[in-house]
Design a protein around this ligand. Structure first.
Ligand code: AMP
Length: 477
């Protein structure tokens, strides 16, 4: 049984990175995935954000590069959104400082100057690219990246990438890769479409699955049965109960996000996060939320996946998510790593069947709590609608986790923004993160050390060359 990271026998340079990041014990997904990836096996891992999945694929890849020495572009990580790509890149920077490996985030949009910067950064050489599929295809088509010698392909949040319509893009990208590579696929859920898809890309993969409910261990989940007309007052009531430091409220559509924002901003310090915002505004809001100068964030499912903000105390589902998997992702915003959190879902009279599907998916009956004093009665939980009585514990449903639920296809705001999310582009903040002003524009991962702040020793310079090559090239372009 693995008790700490030392048992992976990582290169000392990587262990130094782990120390700097304050990682002591591997999480369950890391315990299982790291040895498999180190052995060179293809891997399908079912794990949600919050389980430590990012480090689960980054660490073994970095260790291999540390062992072999840099031989150019080694690893391609595909992620669904620019926010996730940035986060992964930042986590790589945190770990890789001593290893001396460079990574570049590649995601879409921006003006011609940014496009140029990105191309030049790529030409300057990096061992790892973290990319959203659309922009990468554009670069591949322009002959700007050669992936012929690539050794590792990682697909992060594969379910999300397929939901966002990236399947063809990914298959196109894979055509540029050598067949003799290691492929690792992480997905929060494992619907049949992912299994089918993985058959096209992976060879005799090892499979790891963390039970869906598992990340919810530290989360207290409950629900209010409430009519739509009661929901706004209910949110206010909840927010007034405690001086929360970090709350996310999910609403079903951006219109609802906007109207709830209007109502709440009179009483609370809140911001709305949705796809109508410019990238700069999105980054600013997320950055404020991460550094806690903003305490309450209202958003659509665009923030339900991938965004890693540590220490979210409360998730409120203003609307019951139509897709049970979205519930898992939303609730996964809280109780990340070892922390605790709460998730409260509002279930109106029409959404009870959706809620039952959620309970079935997670294999758990969520407690329905009575509306607070002063509120009129909400709808009762109807047995006939597929719900079950809030008062009768004996009516526990017979759960069938394997059952495939016929999916409604909710109008996902983030879907329309999927390609849109590739439309505005980073300055190459990457290594700038080590410089002065990057904090203002990038969603910062507060738990990732800024390598320059932490360990600026020039003696630690990489045996493969320092990241500064990349900095110089990007900054001068
Ligand atoms: P992820 O699921 O990769 O988004 O990670 C969720 C959070 O857990 C991130 O803030 C990570 O930095 C943190 N984390 C991941 N693995 C560990 C670990 N072994 N020890 C401490 N924190 C971790």
């Amino acid at each position: 049984m693995i008790l700490n990271f030392s048992q992976f026998n990582f290169e000392s340079s990587l262990n130094e990175g782990l120390d700097a990041m304050g990682f002591e014990k591997p999480t369950p997904i890391q315990e299982q995935a790291i040895p498999a990836i180190l052995e060179g096996k293809d891997l399908i891992a079912c794990a949600q954000t919050g389980t430590g999945k990012t480090a689960a694929f980054i660490l073994p890849v970095l260790n291999k590069i540390a062992q072999s020495g840099s031989t150019g572009l080694d690893t391609l990580i595909l992620a669904p959104t620019r926010e996730l790509a940035i986060q992964i890149d930042q986590q790589i920077q945190g770990f890789a400082y001593f290893v001396g490996v460079s990574s570049i985030p590649v995601y879409g949009g921006g003006d011609g100057l940014v496009w140029e910067q990105q191309k030049r950064a790529l030409e300057s050489g990096a061992e790892i690219i973290v990319a959203t599929p659309g922009r990468l295809i554009a670069l591949l088509a322009g002959g700007k990246i050669k992936l012929d010698n690539l050794k590792h392909l990682v697909l992060d949040e594969a379910d999300r990438m397929l939901d966002m319509g990236f399947m063809d893009d990914i298959l196109t990208i894979v055509n540029y890769l050598p067949k003799d590579r290691q492929t690792v696929l992480f997905s929060a859920t494992m619907p049949p479409k992912i299994r089918q898809f993985s058959k096209q890309l992976l060879k005799e993969p090892e499979e790891i699955s963390l039970a869906l409910g598992k990340t919810a261990e530290g989360v207290t989940q409950s629900a209010y049965l409430a009519y739509d007309s009661q929901k706004e007052e209910l949110v206010k009531h909840i927010l007034n109960q405690k001086d929360y430091e970090a709350v996310i409220i999910f609403a079903g559509t951006k219109e609802k996000v906007k109207s709830l924002y209007k109502s709440l901003k009179k009483h609370f310090q809140v911001e709305a996060f949705h796809s109508d915002l410019e990238q700069v505004e999105r980054e600013k809001i997320m950055s404020n939320f991460k550094n806690r100068s903003l305490k309450i964030l209202i958003g659509t499912d665009i923030i339900s996946r991938g965004i890693d903000v540590v220490g979210i105390e409360l998730v409120i589902n203003f609307d019951t998510p139509s897709d049970p998997e979205d519930y898992v992702h939303r609730v996964g915003r809280t109780a990340r790593a070892d922390s605790k959190g709460a998730a409260i879902t509002f279930v109106n009279d029409k959404d009870q069947y959706k809620f039952k599907r959620i309970e079935s998916l997670i294999g758990l009956e969520i407690e329905k709590i009575p509306l607070p004093e002063g509120f009129e009665n909400g709808p009762s939980y109807k047995e006939g609608s597929g719900g079950y009585s809030k008062n009768k514990g004996k009516n526990k449903p017979k759960f069938d986790k394997k059952k495939n639920f016929k999916k409604e296809v909710p109008k996902r705001e983030n879907q329309s923004s999927a390609k849109g999310s590739e439309t505005s582009m980073p300055r190459r903040e990457n290594n700038k993160a080590a410089n002065s002003d990057s904090k203002s524009s990038l969603p910062q991962r507060e738990n990732i050390p800024n390598p320059k702040e932490h360990i600026p020793s020039p003696k630690k310079k990489s045996k493969f060359g320092s990241r500064s090559n990349v900095i110089d090239n990007t900054d001068n372009s």
